[in-house]
Design a protein around this ligand. Structure first.
Ligand code: TMP
Ligand code: ASP
Length: 237
C-alpha cells in the first residue's frame, strides 16, 4: 500500500511512485460543524467520487483546469500533486447557511449577484471568514492569486448553475479549493472535490434538499439524496 500522506475529513491522500501524482480516496465518513457531529454512510465515498469525477470532467471541457488525472476505481482518483491554498472559496447564489446566520438575510433569498467569500481553511480556528487583506496579511496567497481564485470560482458557477438547472437542481451554494501546480509555474488548479458534501442542491420543483444539509439538519435519507444527484448527472454526462 502506498504511503498515507494526508487524511482530511472526507478524503485520504496517498503517495504514488510518481512524485507529481497522488491518489485521493473518498471516505464514507460524514462530518459537520467542524467535525463536532460525526457519522458514517456506507457507499457515500463512492458516490462523491463518481459525482466529483463527472463534474471535474465537465469543468475541464469548459476550460477550468483541475487536478484530476483519472478515476482509478469506485472510491479513488489519480490526481496531480498540488500545494493546496488554505482558503475555502464559497460561491453563493441563494442565501442560506452561515450567510443567513451572520447577516440576517432571509433564508432562500435569491442574491442580486453571485457572492464569493473566502474562509481560512483551519480546523483549530473553525474556518473563519476572511477578507482579501486578511488573506494577504497572512500570506495565504498573493494579490494576483486572489483575483484568479475569484475569477475561477465565478466561472465554475457559470458552468455549474445552468448545468444543474438542466437536471432540475437549484445550485444554492458551494465550496471549492484550489492548489498550486509547481510543475506548471504554480498555476492554480481546481482541487479537492465538488460533491453533495461541498454544495447545496435544492430540487427545482419540490425544494427538497439533496446534499449534506440532510445530515447537518438530521433530515435522514442522506445516501438516497446523493444517489439522486448522481442519477441526474449521469442522465446527461
Ligand atoms: P455555509 O453556509 O455553512 O458557510 O456553507 C457554504 C457552502 O460551503 C455550502 O455549500 C457547504 C460548503 N461547506 C463546505 O464544503 N465545507 C465547510 O466546511 C463548510 C462550513 C461549508
Ligand atoms: N466540512 C465541515 C465538517 O466536516 C463543516 C460542514 O461541512 O458543515 O465539519
Amino acid at each position: 500500500m502506498n504511503e498515507l500522506i494526508y487524511e482530511g475529513k472526507g478524503k485520504k491522500l496517498f503517495a504514488t511512485e510518481n512524485a507529481s501524482e497522488l491518489v485521493a480516496e473518498f471516505k464514507d465518513d460524514l462530518t459537520a460543524f467542524n467535525a463536532q457531529k460525526k457519522s458514517q454512510e456506507a457507499g457515500k465515498g463512492a458516490l462523491n467520487a463518481a459525482i466529483s469525477a463527472k463534474l471535474f470532467g465537465l469543468l475541464a471541457e469548459n476550460g477550468v483546469e483541475t487536478h484530476l488525472i483519472k478515476p482509478l476505481d469506485e472510491t479513488r482518483h489519480l490526481v496531480k500533486k498540488v500545494e493546496i491554498v488554505p482558503i475555502e472559496v464559497v460561491v453563493r447564489n441563494v442565501a442560506t447557511g452561515s450567510l443567513t446566520k451572520r447577516l440576517g438575510i432571509a433564508e432562500g433569498t435569491k442574491l442580486d449577484f453571485t457572492l464569493v467569500e473566502f474562509y481560512y481553511k483551519n480546523d483549530d480556528l473553525g474556518d473563519p471568514i476572511l477578507n482579501d487583506d486578511h488573506a494577504l496579511l497572512m500570506k495565504l496567497c498573493n494579490a494576483k492569486e486572489i483575483e484568479i481564485l475569484k475569477q475561477k470560482a465565478r466561472k465554475i458557477n457559470e458552468i455549474l448553475l445552468p448545468f444543474f438547472a438542466k437536471v432540475g437542481l437549484n445550485l444554492i451554494d458551494f465550496k471549492v479549493e484550489f492548489g498550486r501546480d509547481h510543475n506548471a509555474g504554480g498555476k492554480l488548479l481546481l482541487a479537492d472535490e465538488i460533491s453533495p458534501d461541498s454544495c447545496r442542491f435544492w430540487d427545482a420543483k419540490s425544494g427538497e434538499k439533496l446534499d449534506k444539509d440532510r445530515f447537518r439538519q438530521d433530515l435522514g435519507g442522506v445516501k438516497v439524496a446523493y444517489e439522486e444527484v448522481l442519477r441526474r448527472i449521469q442522465g446527461v454526462l
